[in-house]
Design a protein around this ligand. Structure first.
Ligand SMILES: Nc1ncnc2c1ncn2[C@@H]1O[C@H](COP(=O)(O)OP(=O)(O)O)[C@@H](O)[C@H]1O
Ligand SMILES: [Mg+2]
Length: 358
């Protein structure tokens, strides 16, 4: 498919969480229908999509039927098994492409790719047993962080190593999974760039946001970020470099550490990103519409920001604050329709428009 997708066409989304939900809302505003593929029952995206398939990611027959019912396939969940992707790709285009998925599914492949582009990452080493961990610690030093190479999110699958005595417990915490040891970066703050690349290769980046995490989970994103003009340019150049190298189509989140030695890439996410939710209140074309535009072969919005915004996640019982938040002026509320409140679960977010650009 090289022609722009016409309104009325169907977009298939792998994963039915809040990102799939907000993608589906954006797609419907552009006149598209969405078909959600999600293993879990009653997914948040199901409330706002035309069709839902409930089946495991390994069910090739269900995947084929899903692919046949859509015009293009995208995802909010990047850990779909390779054989399933093969089955889908034989029938319909997957955007962003397979390479973007492969690179971001595995932390060592991701760091190899980034350093191969000449970008800075934390020093790292693959770790497959305790002896390898002890060896890696000798080279990288402490403090350090051990992370599972796959399936980590919201700080899960990570162990801090303050001294070499912590090594056995950290390795235990990986529960037998392959891991990567990363040197601890002494950053002043964290920022992220939400960037998009269209089917024609054009790139549009949003202004970098400044991220604060609590207990490993994103708490707030603030615009503008504290960055010098030079750092802001660097952040955008880094993101564009990554997108071009992957021949990427869609929106990507690029997480960066700010240090006196420059910007260090923490990780990339081949999808819309929690730290890009502020664009819903700060930009004419938000990250969700931008992603749908990109994968549908439409022209991109330019990413201009029209207001200062603070995004705050509503995690677990934070959602009880909604009645109070609803009385605040200029506070845009997004709830994900999750019935069960759990500790650490993302229930919604708010975007506070602080003021227009001055
Ligand atoms: N090498 C590191 N040095 C310092 N802090 C780190 C490092 N790696 C991760 N962190 C901290 O932990 C957070 C979560 O780690 P990250 O690798 O982004 O995993 P996740 O996939 O859970 O988002 C980061 O945003 C950062 O605050
Ligand atoms: Mg992260």
């Amino acid at each position: 498919m090289t022609e722009p997708l016409r309104p009325g066409a169907t977009i298939g989304i792998l994963g039915g969480g809040q990102l799939g939900r907000m993608l589906s809302v954006a797609a419907s505003r552009l006149g598209f229908q969405c078909h959600i593929y999600e293993p879990g029952a009653a997914p948040p995206a199901g409330h706002v999509a035309a069709q839902v398939t409930t089946a495991p990611y390994e069910d090739l027959a269900a995947l084929r039927a899903f692919a046949q019912s859509v015009d293009v396939i995208t995802y909010e969940f990047e850990n779909v098994p390779t054989a399933s992707l093969d089955a889908l790709e034989a029938l319909r285009p997957i955007r962003p492409n397979r390479r973007a998925l492969a690179v971001s599914q595995e932390r060592v492949a991701e760091k190899d790719f980034l350093t191969g582009l000449g970008l800075q990452t934390a020093p790292y080493a693959r770790v497959t047993d305790l002896a390898a961990l002890e060896q890696a610690l000798e080279r990288i030093g402490t403090p350090a962080i051990l992370k599972t190479t796959r399936l980590g999110y919201d700080g899960k699958g990570q162990a801090r190593i303050m001294t070499s005595e912590d090594a056995p417990a950290a390795w235990e915490a990986m529960a037998g999974a392959e891991a990567v040891l990363e040197g601890f970066i002494d950053f002043s703050h964290e920022v992220s760039v939400i960037a998009a690349r269209g089917l024609d290769g054009s790139v549009a980046c949003y202004d970098p946001g400044e991220n604060v995490h609590r207990a490993g989970i994103l708490h707030t994103t603030t615009l503008p970020a504290r960055l010098s003009p030079g750092q802001r340019t660097d952040a955008v150049l880094i993101a564009a470099r990554i997108l071009n190298a992957l021949d990427y189509v869609g929106v990507m989140g690029v997480e960066l550490f700010v240090t006196p030695q420059g910007l260090i890439v923490n990780e990339i996410a081949p999808r819309v990103h929690n730290s890009g939710h502020w664009t819903q209140a700060g930009c004419a074309v938000d990250q969700f519409e931008q992603h749908i535009r990109a994968i549908a072969g439409w022209p991109l919005g330019d990413g201009s920001r029209y207001a200062d915004v603070v995004m705050e996640n509503l995690i677990g019982s934070d959602v009880d604050r909604v009645p109070g938040l609803s009385r605040e002026r200029n506070c845009q509320i997004h709830l994900y329709g999750k019935s069960e409140v759990k500790q650490g679960r993302k229930m919604g977010h708010v975007n506070r428009v602080i003021r227009g650009l001055t």
